[in-house]
Design a binder for this molecule. Structure first.
Ligand SMILES: C[S@@+](CC[C@H](N)C(=O)[O-])C[C@H]1O[C@@H](n2cnc3c(N)ncnc32)[C@H](O)[C@@H]1O
Length: 363
């Protein structure tokens, strides 16, 4: 996936990152450099319409030059993909590389991020985004209206509430972040929304019987788990025959490759150090959210459309329909819209885009 023009620069960069010492000055420097590079990547990916490869190459060379010379002791293990994806500092046991409980760490990260959203972004915006995705893909509302659904990995419940607002009879949100669940219950109760309920649970072991729901929905969750295939099989199991499944997973792209470049660098700093640096630099909460989401979640996988379709079919789903269209606001055009319109270099940047599918459990 990495273009060959970037490969040499990246291996020089990786060799330098591997040698970085671990002291507080270097941690803060790494935090600053990661934020600065992220800012450049944001411009290259979201604002520019020209070939992204030269500016990305230049930024990787700049990072390499800045970090060169900061040599010293550095645990090789940090560069191991698994450890780089589980940043030191989120948890002391993890720093000792002993914790395998990805779902607890993931739940804890998202709980700390979602609770910063205000109610408007949480509820009204999510409903608008979901409605746009349904309308632009012309799939109608029959699959959810008057039906009983599951929102697997609901976070703080924004789409659980959106599904109910768009006509579902009852939606159950499950998530492994305890504070997410607490937050979702509190927000929905105080907004007087009674068609939803929330429960702390693992999407890889869904605590409901076979054929319990008329539809299942999972937005941006399974690519953060240890076993996405199992998660898809669990969704299939709890869905009634004839019921619809809606799932979103990250598509493989140059963007995720660039996040993988930054993850070992940001892993040098703790979440708290990083958030502090971003606040000092005047970053708005939603930018901090996106950055922390991409760089601190223990696991991120991304897929080609073929891989994702393979996973869905293996679980038994049929009538798969890829939802190519996404959303647009006055300030933002979603990745799939850029791809749909064939914007210059959109495919180089965004690769497989956002992979959203609607499917059915056969009768
Ligand atoms: C990117 S967030 C998406 C949240 C929500 N679907 C949304 O779009 O707002 C991913 C969510 O998956 C949850 N999660 C990750 N692994 C999980 C697991 N094994 N069981 C339950 N929830 C999990 C996290 O706690 C987090 O809230």
């Amino acid at each position: 996936m990495i273009p060959k023009e970037l490969k040499a620069g990246l291996s020089a960069y990786r060799a330098v990152v591997k040698k970085l010492p671990d002291n507080s000055a270097v941690q803060i420097l790494c935090a600053l450099e990661a934020v600065r590079a992220y800012q450049v990547f944001e411009t290259v990916f979201w604002e520019s319409k020209s070939d992204p490869i030269p500016p990305l190459g230049a930024e990787i060379a700049r990072l390499t030059a800045t970090l060169t010379g900061l040599d010293g002791e550095y645990a090789d293990a940090i560069y191991d993909k698994k450890v780089a994806h589980q940043p030191v500092g989120t948890n002391t046991a993890l720093a000792a590389n002993k914790v395998a409980d990805t779902k607890t760490l993931t739940g804890e990260l998202y709980s700390s991020l979602f609770n910063r959203f205000d109610n408007r972004h949480y509820f009204a915006e999510a409903t608008d985004l979901l409605r746009q995705r349904i309308d632009r893909n012309a799939i109608g509302y029959d699959w959810l209206q008057g039906k009983k659904g599951l929102d697997a990995g609901c976070g703080g419940g924004r789409y659980t509430v959106a599904l109910a607002s768009l006509g579902a009879a009852k939606v159950t949100g499950i998530d492994y972040g305890r504070d997410n669940i607490k937050d979702a219950k509190l927000r929905s109760r105080s907004a007087g929304i009674d068609k939803v309920n929330f429960r702390h649970a693992d999407v890889l072991n869904i605590p409901y019987r076979d054929n319990s729901f008329d539809f299942v929905f999972s937005n941006g969750v399974l690519h953060h788990t240890t076993d996405p295939q199992r998660g898809i099989e669990e969704l299939f199991r709890v869905l009634k025959p004839g019921g619809k499944m809606w799932i979103f997973l990250y598509g493989s792209s140059l963007w995720w490759e660039m996040m993988d470049v930054l993850r070992p660098l940001s892993a040098k700093a703790s979440r708290q150090q990083m958030q502090h640096v971003m606040q000092l630099m005047g970053y708005a909460p939603n930018r901090i959210f996106k950055f922390m989401d991409s760089l601190y979640v223990p696991i991120i996988e991304s897929y080609t459309a073929k891989q994702m379709e393979g996973m869905l079919k293996r679980a038994g789903f049929a009538d798969l329909q890829q939802l190519h269209r996404c959303v647009e606001t006055p300030f933002f055009r979603g990745v799939n819209e850029l791809l749909w319109d064939g914007e210059p270099f959109a495919d180089v940047r965004w690769g497989a885009g956002e992979l959203r599918y609607l499917g059915q459990k056969p009768l």
